[in-house]
Design a binder for this molecule. Structure first.
Ligand SMILES: Nc1nc2c(ncn2[C@@H]2O[C@H](COP(=O)(O)OP(=O)(O)OP(=O)(O)O)[C@@H](O)[C@H]2O)c(=O)[nH]1
Ligand SMILES: [Mg+2]
Length: 250
């Protein structure tokens, strides 16, 4: 199957690897295309089930040189892979991860990272607000992202979607926790923006999403039980997993 490539970027610790695990599953294959020299700086993940590879980059720290290093590693990878006969090495979308618990950093972070990715002039960017545990803060976070992008005139047209995501259950205390959320939407949006020919069948993607939902909701039940939480009293109503959790409990 031809596959698209998703570049995951964001500061160190925002939750890029946790996000990738939530999307692909912990046992997904790690692949090392391209020159050996690049594998220390980026890692490729893929599974047969979805039509895109996910490229995990070294955490960008908000330092120009560290950003350059990660970007150069991806460039090198594309070049080497193209030379070795693989054609599908272009970047088709960027998941731009920002930390939902560190809102005040957003404008600066967006500024730095959009500069670092300026070479992919027309690649759609999906902003993933990771660790979106707090429901009331989500709208505010989205607004901040939108206005920070709006200030970057030449780059703002690349903004495709802003999504609030919880990649793995976050337990606040014995009675409150935020279950995984937003993963299906991310898979959906990403699949839709893949170019013709690498889009995968809607059926396969639906099946894959359902499997991921099940796996994530099982993990939620596990975490909740470990924390002594009464699973029936979920305080956060708008979750991906709520429905399947309820099914499980019936
Ligand atoms: N509970 C919970 N923890 C999260 C979530 N996302 C990230 N974390 C935690 O945040 C920390 C950093 O996450 P990573 O996925 O390692 O971050 P990263 O962006 O890959 O970091 P680098 O590899 O250093 O660039 C880890 O302790 C994760 O468990 C989430 O959705 N839920
Ligand atoms: Mg990581």
């Amino acid at each position: 199957m031809n596959k698209g490539n998703i570049l995951v970027i964001g500061n160190s610790g925002v939750g890029k690897s946790t996000l990738i695990n939530a999307v692909l599953g912990e046992d997904c294959a790690e692949t090392n295309w391209g020159s050996e020299g690049t594998t220390r700086e980026l890692e490729l993940y893929e599974t047969d089930a979805i039509p895109f590879r996910i490229i995990d980059t070294v955490g960008f720290e908000p330092s120009f040189f560290k950003e350059r290093r990660a970007i150069n590693a991806v460039k090198k990878w594309s070049k080497e892979s193209a030379k070795s006969g693989h054609e599908d090495t272009g970047i088709n979308a960027i998941w731009f991860c920002v930390d939902g618990t560190a809102r005040k950093l957003f404008p600066k972070t967006i500024n730095n990272l959009s500069k670092a990715t300026a070479m992919w002039k027309s690649v759609p960017v999906i902003v993933v607000i990771t660790k979106s545990y707090s429901v009331p803060e989500r709208e505010q976070n989205k607004k901040m992202i939108n206005s920070a992008f709006a200030k970057q005139k030449s780059y703002s047209k690349n903004l495709c979607e802003v999504l609030c995501v919880v990649a793995s259950t976050f337990t606040l205390n014995d009675t409150a926790y935020a279950p995984p959320e937003g993963i299906s939407e991310l898979i959906d949006i990403t699949s839709k923006i893949m170019p013709e020919g690498v889009r995968g069948s809607a059926n396969d993607i639906a099946k894959f999403k359902l499997n991921r939902k099940r796996a994530l909701s099982q993990a939620t039940v596990g975490a909740a039980t470990a924390a002594g939480v009464v699973v029936g009293a979920i305080p956060i109503p708008f979750s991906d997993t709520l429905y399947s959790l309820q099914q499980k409990l019936l």
